[in-house]
Design a protein around this ligand. Sequence first.
Ligand SMILES: [Zn+2]
Length: 92
Amino acid sequence: MSFIDVRNKKGTSDKVPPSGYSSWLAFWEKKKGNKATKCEVMSCKGSADLGGHVIKAGEGGKEYILPMCASCNNKSESENFKAWDTDLVPVQ
Ligand SMILES: [Zn+2]
């Protein structure tokens, strides 16, 4: 396991989860086979309020879902933060 720099992808609030999933957080839980219990942003103690869309720094536009608290999900698009690589679930 290693942790990496990610940042929020903006303009995703109108993206609906894939068919069969009630939310992006449900999508993440199903793909991981785990319950999302907390915000997975490094050193944040917040709760898993939603499945946020993030991109890896330096990787281009590929989107991943990460359980996040509302506060972390509101970080600026230009602010990098750290998360475990294994907590990122690719969209699609
Ligand atoms: Zn957080």
